[in-house]
Design a protein. Structure first.
Length: 366
């Protein structure tokens, strides 16, 4: 659906409520009148006269002659009161909906910075308004993150392309002084970085779009497989394992990527060879947890919350010269995988330098 739905004209909710109020009031009045008319049926048709008293007493016909016009005036009065009162009450009750409708219209035009902020005690309409405000806040944050991601991705992809163009231009300007082997090596390194960035961006997009196919497995086995893989980039570092059996129900390929990214990130941000990486799995109340900890430079606690954003690299973190250059999306992919599984991801600065990352999955059903 690309535009607003075309509907036939109809009464507004305010008019419907007004007519409903007026209808109920009129029906209640008419019911009372019918009851009175039924009571009058028990009176005799002839005029009443008390024995020994010559005074006149009205009969049923006399009472009807007087009551019926009055009943008509009463019904008309109830209709007017019902319409006027219903219109005012409906307008007051629907005022929050008007504010919500205006906010929705502004949001449809692209404005996400405003909020409804309805005053008053809690009721259904104010709950709706508060929920709409929360939705606007999340949409605004999501669009800001998307714009920031697009800008950062453009920069990350443009940089290696610009470097490649510069190397080619320099080589073309003075081909006799070109070290072909060195040039090809640098071109391959730059191209590899671009491919890694594109693959990471595509994986982030798939994580947000596709569902999670879950199976039961042992997290300890996944960690061991990742650490035994030469591509984990831990060959120049000391790896300490504290692995307990930790069963969970999740997507094993995604969890493997999560573990691989954490281990690779820990290896890339070492000050040099010989650093230490700790990997541990534990179970707490049936919930499996993975903790990856590494030595390194002191991490500024103020940047911890931003480390899971795409292309954000924390200050005070150095990249190992023995590890391949990262795409800046490692922890962002970890956060997306954790979010897809409903897992809790926490980052903490390690005392003495380095980073501690912990992922706690939901308890696996028996």
């Amino acid at each position: 659906m690309t535009g607003p739905v075309t509907r036939r004209p109809g009464l507004s909710i305010r008019w419907k409520l007004t007519l409903s109020y007026a209808g109920f009031v009129t029906l209640a009045g008419a019911t009372l009148i019918v009851i009175l008319l039924l009571v009058l049926r028990y009176l005799p048709d002839d005029n009443l006269q008390v024995a020994g008293d010559e005074s006149f007493a009205p009969g049923r016909g006399d009472l009807l002659d007087v009551a019926v016009p009055l009943f008509g005036y009463g019904i008309a009065f109830l209709v007017l009161v019902g319409l006027a009162g219903g219109w005012l009450v409906a307008g007051r009750m629907l005022a929050p909906l008007t504010a919500i409708s205006d906010a929705a219209g502004r949001a449809a035009e692209g404005s996400l910075t405003h909020r409804i902020d309805l005053p008053g005690p809690r009721d259904e309409l104010r709950e709706l308004a508060d929920t709409f405000d929360v939705m606007l806040e999340r949409l605004e944050r999501s669009f800001e993150e998307q714009q920031r991601f697009t800008s950062n991705a453009s920069h990350e992809l443009r940089t290696p392309l610009a470097v490649t163009r510069t190397m080619i231009q320099v080589a073309r300007a003075d081909p006799d002084s070109v070290d072909v082997a060195r040039l090809l090596g640098r071109l391959e390194e730059t191209n590899t970085r671009s491919i890694r960035t594109v693959e990471a961006v595509l994986q982030l997009a798939r994580l947000d779009r596709e569902g999670v196919d879950r199976h039961r497995f042992d997290l300890r086995d996944v960690v061991r497989d990742v650490l035994d893989d030469p591509a984990a980039a831990t060959a120049t570092h000391v790896v300490v394992e504290h692995l307990q059996p930790a069963h969970l129900v999740a997507s094993r390929p995604l969890v493997e990527r999560l573990v691989s990214n954490l281990v690779r990130n820990a290896a890339e941000h070492q000050p040099g060879p010989g650093g230490t990486i700790w990997a541990s799995t534990t179970v707490d109340d049936g919930a499996a947890s993975l903790t990856v900890e590494n030595t390194g430079d002191v991490v500024d606690p103020d940047v911890l919350d931003s480390l899971t954003e795409p292309f954000v690299r924390g200050r005070g973190r150095t990249r190992s010269a023995h590890a391949p250059s990262g795409s800046g999306l490692g922890l962002a992919i970890v956060a997306s995988i954790a979010r897809a599984h409903g897992a809790a991801l926490t980052l903490a600065a390690r005392e003495g330098g380095g980073l501690v990352v912990r992922v706690r999955f939901s308890a696996a059903p028996r």
